[in-house]
Design a protein around this ligand. Sequence first.
Ligand code: ADP
Ligand code: ZN
Length: 215
Amino acid sequence: MKLILLGAPGAGKGTVAKLLTALDGSVQISTGDILRGAVQAKTELGQEAEAFMKRGDLVPDSLIMGIMEKRLQESDCAKGFLLDGFPRTIPQAEELTQLLAKLNIKLDMAVDIDVPRDIILDRLCTRRTCENSACQAIYNVKSNPPKVEGICDKCGAKAVQREDETETAITHRLETYNEKTAPLIGFYREKGLLMSVPATSSDDVINAVKAKLNL
Ligand code: ADP
Ligand code: ZN
């Protein structure tokens, strides 16, 4: 399947993407994971992106488009992909449309994961992420804690609160979402590609996608 996952930070795009990859071997492409990996590895890209990310600001569109143009041409994308955290702005969405046309790739749909704001806030404050860039497993101190506090079950690295998951940065990320990313819902609706799923759990989304794509 070839999907875009839309939704506020904390809506569960990453969790949904991981569950969907298990259905048909499509790959998850998370621009946030790619960028955090680059910051940790101190690559040129990481150094350019770091300050924006710490503040909870978006990284410039040109950097993101460079990443995605390369990523979408890697061979593992042939089976399908789940775009998680991209596109994030109308200019990114417009450039993606052109890029997909150039690569002769047809999207199935854009799935908007619509989660109530109080659930989002609660999730983001209690989220912990494995700091190993090759793992980046996600936990929740209330609903899905690691077996040993602060340690990733999968790889043994530290599971920590992300630097952009303090209360101020979270509020800022949600404002940025409303201003820059929420307009993509209308953008894909006009193209006839939008499926909106009111969701409080990732299962709600998986079931809706399966039904729509006859999986
Ligand atoms: P979230 O949990 O907010 O969805 P992500 O892991 O997707 O977080 O992204 C973390 C940060 O990486 C964002 O706050 C932003 O700084 C940067 N980022 C990720 N994807 C994009 C994108 N498509 N365009 C611009 N910045 C991005
Ligand atoms: Zn880990």
